[in-house]
Design a protein around this ligand. Structure first.
Ligand SMILES: NC(=O)c1ccc[n+]([C@@H]2O[C@H](COP(=O)([O-])OP(=O)(O)OC[C@H]3O[C@@H](n4cnc5c(N)ncnc54)[C@H](OP(=O)(O)O)[C@@H]3O)[C@@H](O)[C@H]2O)c1
Length: 318
């Protein structure tokens, strides 16, 4: 009788919703690339807050996944093989990207990804630094320029400016000649200055609405009170771009004579290619707060859940 051996790989999956300890490092079936997909050997992936929000069950009903499930929607690695019809990539290509958030993620040795979800990784950055960029970078860029429509000379307030999204948003704002204010704790004030933030605001000592007036946009990722207070800093016709639900109230926007939007970052390879170009010309520097081996994903989640990480947490696979 012919015996077939299922190829396996190491991955981190969760079998039930819960605390970080539900993340299990184990053997799972190695994926195969379908037509139009490539198999990427993952060298590094990163932790985004959505990972632990999903694991904890906060997004149930909104984003349901079949359990057990592999999280992780940043990848930097090397193409291992290509599926039928793939023309853009070949084995050995060094790539990075943000895989489809509706599908199995990159906390694994391999991931099958649609060929159009990848770009060439920055040549000057290692996989750890490259994996820190895609999801947070796409979010920051799309908030500022796609949704926010910001142009040189305009003023933007970026909340959580020292975080994964925020520290890239400040850098993009400077690159596009915006005036960028940012909020962070006292611990991160010097860091915000180093990033080029024009007006670092210590939320522990200063109410941002006391020092920010008539701005063109706010990038809002905190919700609650921070969102309520953010309307006041906008000039008429300005825009509040929310990164988290619930969607900002149209009523509040109208009452303040401003606009509101909520975004869900999309994978755009032209933007990923631009980030690689900016990194290679020394104009974009992802900050790495910590690197954990893949098997320690639970510790990485614990750290992310403090919501006080500077820059990004990366999981190293190779
Ligand atoms: N819509 C989308 O597509 C999308 C994409 C990515 C992320 N998001 C969401 O956007 C949010 C930010 O993501 P992220 O990856 O940047 O998170 P993150 O890296 O975990 O953010 C951590 C940062 O938040 C700062 N922070 C905490 N409390 C604050 C406060 N009261 N005021 C100002 N800053 C504060 C911390 O600075 P201190 O330590 O100095 O306090 C820290 O640097 C998350 O909720 C995430 O789920 C949405």
């Amino acid at each position: 009788m012919k015996q077939t051996h299922m190829a396996t790989m190491k991955a981190v999956r969760f079998h039930a919703y819960g605390t970080p300890e539900v993340l299990v490092y184990e053997d799972v079936a190695k994926p195969e690339p379908a037509a139009g997909e490539v198999l990427v050997k993952v060298h590094a992936t990163s932790v985004n807050p959505i990972d632990w929000k999903i694991r904890a069950g906060h997004l149930r009903g909104f984003r349901d996944y079949p359990l057990p499930f592999i999280l992780g929607w940043d990848v930097s690695g090397v193409i291992e093989s290509v599926g039928a019809g793939v023309t853009q990539w070949k084995a050995g290509d060094q790539v990075y990207g943000r895989p489809d958030i509706g599908r199995s993620g990159a906390y694994a040795e391999y991931i099958a990804v649609r060929e159009a979800e990848l770009a060439r990784k920055p040549k000057s950055l290692d996989h750890v630094h490259s994996a820190a960029i895609p999801l947070a970078g796409l979010t920051a860029w799309q908030a500022l320029f796609d949704a926010g429509g910001l142009t040189p000379g305009q003023k933007v307030l970026i909340h959580a400016a020292a975080g994964g999204v925020g520290h890239l948003a400040i850098q993009f704002a400077k690159l596009k000649d915006l005036y960028g204010a940012g909020t962070a704790s006292g611990r991160n004030q010097e860091y915000l200055k180093q990033l080029g933030c024009d007006l670092p605001i210590n939320y522990e000592t200063t109410r941002f609405e006391d020092v920010v007036r008539d701005f063109d946009a706010v990038i809002e990722s905190m919700g609650g009170e921070v969102r309520k207070r953010s309307w006041k800093v906008l000039k008429k016709g300005g825009i509040l771009v929310a990164l988290i639900g619930p969607p900002p109230s149209e009523e509040d926007a109208k009452a303040h004579g401003v606009r509101a939007a909520i975004i869900w970052a999309q994978t755009k390879t032209d933007q990923l290619a631009e980030f690689a170009r900016l990194a290679d010309s020394g104009q974009l520097r992802p900050e790495i707060a910590a690197v954990f081996p893949l098997r320690d994903a639970a510790q990485a989640h614990q750290m992310s859940q403090t919501e006080h990480v500077r820059g990004k947490i990366v999981l190293q696979v190779v």
